[in-house]
Design a protein around this ligand. Structure first.
Ligand code: UDP
Ligand code: MG
Length: 332
């Protein structure tokens, strides 16, 4: 059997040599009697990543390199990697050694037991800021509350997937690729393996706060329409309050000698309802923007070059790069 390892890389020149060394060491031990390939996806890096990857490809014929035409973001880089992986099982792992390659044999063992998706659950995250830990926690809880597909808590993208799961993911054309949600949506037999998430080996995180917020928004909007329904609920609540107000004003007018006065109440109510309406419009706009993005049917990513594939397929485009569901019950 063939095991593919997909590694998205964005400006990772400092760490790639070490990543490759540790990956090959682990894979050589884990794959006696089988073979493996490592698919590095250069996500439009602006540093020496392309050069380092070129070097790795020269030294090692198990290295495949896909260079994207620009930076498309982690989730799309991972998608490109999955499209180019031809293994019976595919492991997705970060380039910065935060997901320890040494955990791959544990994932493989579960796969051999018959699981189709084995995802790593972070039992410990050394070297992350308190703020990142807290935001990550809130984020996972929020997405789960809102989404119809349960998404396992505290999992990143470090996971092993069977060929049929990769085939299923490849048949999902959506643009806002929230990979963890998508993998959970496909079903099949899934299980978790706890691992300790290490601090980044070198370089710095490519997920500043703003990008994280964007990612969180993708997570919510691509798996939930609850925000759309929120407007309806707020509308109901506001109508209920308004009805009470009307009854009160009428009662005062009819049964006492005075009447309700004051433009302050009016002013506040008008501003409040105006604010809620704009907010609801914004939420609707967010979804319409996504529909617009999907309607354009652009390719998810563009490949600038590939190394290490030519011996196997005459490549036309990414869709042809990997066969779809190959022998789903290949030997494990
Ligand atoms: N990455 C990528 N494209 C991007 C940002 C990140 O391919 O636009 C890769 C990056 O090289 C790394 C992985 O995605 O292998 C995770 O990124 P990072 O470590 O910066 O995220 P964090 O671990 O801080 O959440
Ligand atoms: Mg990282």
């Amino acid at each position: 059997m063939l095991l593919s390892t997909v590694v998205p890389c964005y400006n990772e020149e400092d760490v790639l040599q070490e990543t490759h060394r540790r990956l090959t060491q682990v894979l050589e031990q884990a794959m006696v009697g089988g073979s493996f390939e490592i698919v590095y996806v250069d996500d439009g890096s602006t540093d020496g990543t392309a050069r380092v990857l070129g070097g790795l490809h020269e030294q090692d014929d198990r290295v495949r390199v896909v260079r994207l035409s620009r930076n498309f973001g982690h989730q799309l880089a991972a998608t490109a990697g999955l499209d180019h992986a031809s293994g019976d099982a595919v492991v997705l792992i970060d380039a910065d050694l935060q997901d320890p390659p040494e955990a791959i044999p544990l994932l493989l063992a579960k796969w051999r037991e018959g699981y189709d998706v084995v995802y790593g659950v972070r039992s410990d995250r050394a070297g992350e800021t308190r703020f990142k830990l807290w935001t990550a926690k809130v984020f996972y809880r929020l997405v789960n509350r809102l989404s119809e597909t349960p998404i396992p808590l505290d999992t990143g993208d470090f996971r092993l997937m069977d060929r049929k799961v990769v085939g299923a993911l490849r048949s999902m054309p959506e643009r806002d690729r929230f990979m963890r949600g998508m993998v959970s949506w496909v079903g099949f037999r899934q299980t978790a393996v706890p691992f300790r998430r290490a601090p980044r080996a070198a370089g710095e995180s490519k997920y500043p706060l703003f990008k994280m917020l964007r990612f969180a928004l993708d997570g919510v909007t691509s798996f939930s329409t609850v925000p759309l329904r929120l407007a309806t609920w707020v509308g109901f609540a506001a109508s209920a309050v308004a009805l009470l107000g009307i009854l009160y004003a009428l009662a005062v007018r009819l049964f006492t000698q005075s009447w309700v006065s004051g433009w302050a109440a009016l002013f506040v109510a008008v501003l409040f309802i105006g604010g809620v309406q704009l907010l609801a419009l914004g939420v609707i706009g967010e979804y319409i923007g996504r529909i617009y993005g999907e309607a354009k049917h652009r390719p998810l990513y563009l490949v600038a070059e590939r190394f290490g594939f030519s011996d196997r397929w005459p490549l036309h485009d990414a869709a042809d790069a990997a066969p779809c569901v190959r022998n789903p019950r290949a030997e494990r």
